[in-house]
Design a protein around this ligand. Structure first.
Ligand code: ASP
Length: 325
């Protein structure tokens, strides 16, 4: 055997043992889980609900960090640039698939600049309003919106946020004007809605169910094709006449490109355990979030779905001519 071949084999063996030693001790310090929206909002609720069992499974604290702005794209850009050392992960939603069509100057490519860990939960949305809005039902709301024109405010979490997309789908399907008001997440937007500073919002059940049950908001229906268990008596918007109205929020976990496979695999295994934790299962069910089936709890499941959603939304958004710089 030539010397150079021998050296290659020794080198490869050294690398392999260093990698396996690394993977045996990983993680040795806390891990950041970046949330692209404000604390207290729906994405944050999912991240914080999971962070406790994730920390238990990984043997190190999973610290939830909120990096807000530009409809979630600042957080995705930060994670794309972060050191691929297994200590930074991102939890994001549909925005990963919609931002490429909405933002002309994205500094990352959602389909190539990440490692894909897993899908997490699917979450329906609800159409809600401030409690003292005169319209009590969806038909009353439609009459009210037509009469008010663009005087009615729709709160959302920025261009590319699902609250914005859902609001735009609603506006289009009922043919009304609305003035949109962006926030750093629907956590602060919900505070404004409860305080009566804005009128209307589309938001995930992970935040709205407790408020709907407490009667703190007007509630017009859920955005899914079928009724949901968390709000069994609530009609869908589609069954009330908004034909084909369907918006479902999906969440995925990502890591910077080049993160060692051992790290993404450990995080994936921890996530699977966390999603079977009885406290998590009960909490997610209570908030209307559906834990995805095992086949989607995989890197391939997330990557394939992201591609499918990017292909689906890109042309729709581009033809609507909505852009951000
Ligand atoms: N619900 C938000 C959205 O509209 C995000 C959040 O605050 O979690 O995208």
């Amino acid at each position: 055997m030539s010397i150079s071949r021998k050296l290659f084999i020794v080198g490869a063996a050294t690398c392999f043992s260093a990698a396996s030693a690394w993977s045996q001790t990983y993680p040795t310090r806390s891990i950041s889980l970046i949330v692209p929206f404000a604390a207290g909002g729906p994405t944050d609720v999912v991240a914080r609900t999971l962070s406790v069992p994730l920390s238990r499974a990984l043997g190190q604290t999973v610290v939830v960090e909120n990096k807000t702005g530009a409809g979630g794209t600042l957080a995705a850009a930060q994670v794309a640039r972060a050191a691929p050392d297994g200590y930074t992960f991102l939890i994001h939603h549909n925005g990963m698939a919609t931002a490429p069509a909405l933002y002309r100057k994205l500094t990352y490519n959602a389909l190539t600049d990440f490692e894909y860990v897993s899908q997490v939960v699917d979450v329906p949305m609800t159409l809600v309003a401030r409690k003292d809005l005169p319209a009590k039902t969806l038909p009353e709301l439609l009459v009210y919106l037509k009469a008010q024109g663009d005087k009615v405010n729709l709160a959302h979490a920025g261009l590319g946020a699902v609250s914005h997309l859902c609001g735009m789908v609603f506006r289009q399907s009922v043919g009304v004007e609305l003035t949109t008001v962006p926030y750093q997440g629907t956590g602060p937007a919900m505070a404004a809605l409860l305080g009566g500073q804005v009128d209307l919002m589309c938001d995930q059940t992970t935040q709205t169910v407790p408020q709907i049950k407490a009667g703190s908001l007007r509630f017009y229906g859920v955005t899914t094709a079928q009724r949901i268990k968390a709000l069994p008596d609530a009609p869908t918007l589609a069954e009330q006449g908004l034909k084909g109205f369907e918006v479902m929020v999906w969440h995925g976990v990502y890591a910077p490109k080049g993160t060692p496979k051992e790290a993404t695999e450990k995080f994936n295994a921890a996530l699977r355990l966390a999603l079977k934790d009885p406290t998590v299962v009960a909490r997610m069910a209570e908030l209307g979030a559906e834990i995805v089936p095992d086949a989607k709890l995989t890197p391939e499941g997330l990557r394939g779905w992201l591609k499918q959603e990017t292909d689906r939304w890109g042309p729709v958004i581009k033809s609507a001519g909505v852009y951000a710089d």
